[in-house]
Write a protein that binds this ligand. Structure first.
Ligand SMILES: [Zn+2]
Ligand SMILES: [Zn+2]
Length: 279
C-alpha cells in the first residue's frame, strides 16, 4: 500500500514532514488591534472555509539517525485535533519509533497528544526537550494562583504532561538542542516559547511555533495578537522582527498554525508581508 502523501521538505540530511493533528475552534474576537469584520474579510479573501478555525500541525524530522517529533498537537483536548497518531501511522511511524520530542511551548494544543486516552505517556521511548523557562513558568504555584479559570486548566494540563515525562525530560537554556537543530527564543507567546532551526548541507528551515495563529491575517498585519499570547505587545514585536528577518533572508518557514500546507516563504510587499506556501 502506498504511504499517504504529507507535505514534506528535504533539508540536507533531514527529511521533514508536516503531520496534521486536525483543527481547533477559536473565534476572530480573540484577536486584538483588528476589527472582527476586517479579520473575517482577510480570511474570506484567502479562501478559508471556516474563518475562525485554526489548523494544527506537528512536524516529523527524520535524519542523522534520529526520528524526532516537534510538538504533539491537541490530542483531543477540548475536542481539538487528535489526529496525530493516526496520521503518523499513515506516514509509516509508530509512537515507539519517536526518540525525541522537541516542544515549542506547553499550550494544550501542542502537548495534548503527549498523553494517551488513559493519561499515560503516548511516546514512552521519547526524550522530551523543552526550554527551562517554559517548565518553570507552568510549575510555579504563584503563577497558578494568579491564573484565570481558563488558564488554570492549561497549568494543570502542562503539569500532568511534564509529570508523565519527568524521567526523560531535558530542559535547555541555550541554543544547541540536537545535532543540526538549534533553538531560537521567540518571546511573548509563552515564557519559554522557542522556535527550532534545522540546518544541514547549506539548507535550513525555521519552525516558528505560534508566531501566527491566523497566517492570512497576522502576516499581513503583524501588529495583530491573539488572546493566547501571554504578552500581546511583545508577541507583536517578535512577529514583526521575525517577518523582517525571514523575508529578507528568504528563510523557509514552518509553523504549528501555518495551515495544512505546512511550509512557506514570506515576502515583503511595501510595508506589509505576504505568505507563499511551498506546493
Ligand atoms: Zn500557543
Ligand atoms: Zn498553538
Amino acid at each position: 500500500m502506498n504511504k499517504m502523501k504529507f507535505p514534506g521538505q528535504q533539508i540536507g540530511e533531514f527529511s521533514i514532514t508536516a503531520i496534521s493533528d486536525g483543527y481547533l475552534f477559536a473565534s476572530l474576537d480573540l484577536l486584538s488591534n483588528i476589527d472582527p469584520m476586517e479579520a473575517s474579510k482577510l480570511q474570506q479573501d484567502a479562501g478559508a472555509n471556516d474563518p475562525s478555525s485554526i489548523h494544527i500541525n506537528c512536524y516529523l524530522a527524520r535524519g542523522k539517525g534520529r526520528t524526532i517529533l516537534i510538538d504533539a498537537g491537541a490530542g483531543g483536548f477540548k475536542q481539538w485535533g487528535g489526529k496525530l497518531k493516526a496520521n503518523l501511522a499513515l506516514a509509516g511511524v509508530q509512537p515507539s519509533d519517536i526518540d525525541a520530542i522537541l516542544l515549542t511551548h506547553a499550550h494544550p494544543d501542542h502537548v495534548g497528544g503527549l498523553v494517551d486516552s488513559s493519561g499515560e505517556a503516548a511516546f514512552p521511548d521519547a526524550e522530551l526537550v523543552v526550554h527551562q523557562h517554559e517548565v518553570s513558568f507552568w510549575e510555579d504555584d504563584g503563577n497558578l494562583s494568579r491564573a484565570s479559570e481558563r488558564a488554570r486548566g492549561n497549568f494543570l494540563f502542562a503539569r500532568k504532561v511534564f509529570d508523565k515525562y519527568r524521567e526523560k525530560m531535558r530542559t535547555f537554556t541555550d541554543n544547541e538542542v540536537l545535532p543540526g537543530i538549534s533553538a531560537m527564543p521567540l518571546l511573548g507567546h509563552t515564557a519559554g516559547h522557542s522556535g527550532y532551526r534545522l540546518e544541514s548541507d547549506e539548507r535550513s528551515l525555521l519552525i516558528w511555533g505560534d508566531i501566527v495563529h491566523f497566517p492570512q491575517i497576522q502576516i499581513a498585519r503583524p501588529d495583530v495578537s491573539i488572546a493566547f499570547d501571554q504578552d500581546p505587545l511583545l508577541s507583536a514585536a517578535t512577529r514583526s522582527k521575525l517577518l523582517d528577518v525571514v523575508s529578507s533572508d528568504k528563510i523557509l518557514i514552518a509553523g504549528m498554525h501555518l495551515g495544512e500546507l505546512g511550509f512557506a516563504h514570506v515576502e515583503r510587499i511595501g510595508k506589509t508581508y505576504k505568505i507563499s506556501y511551498e506546493i
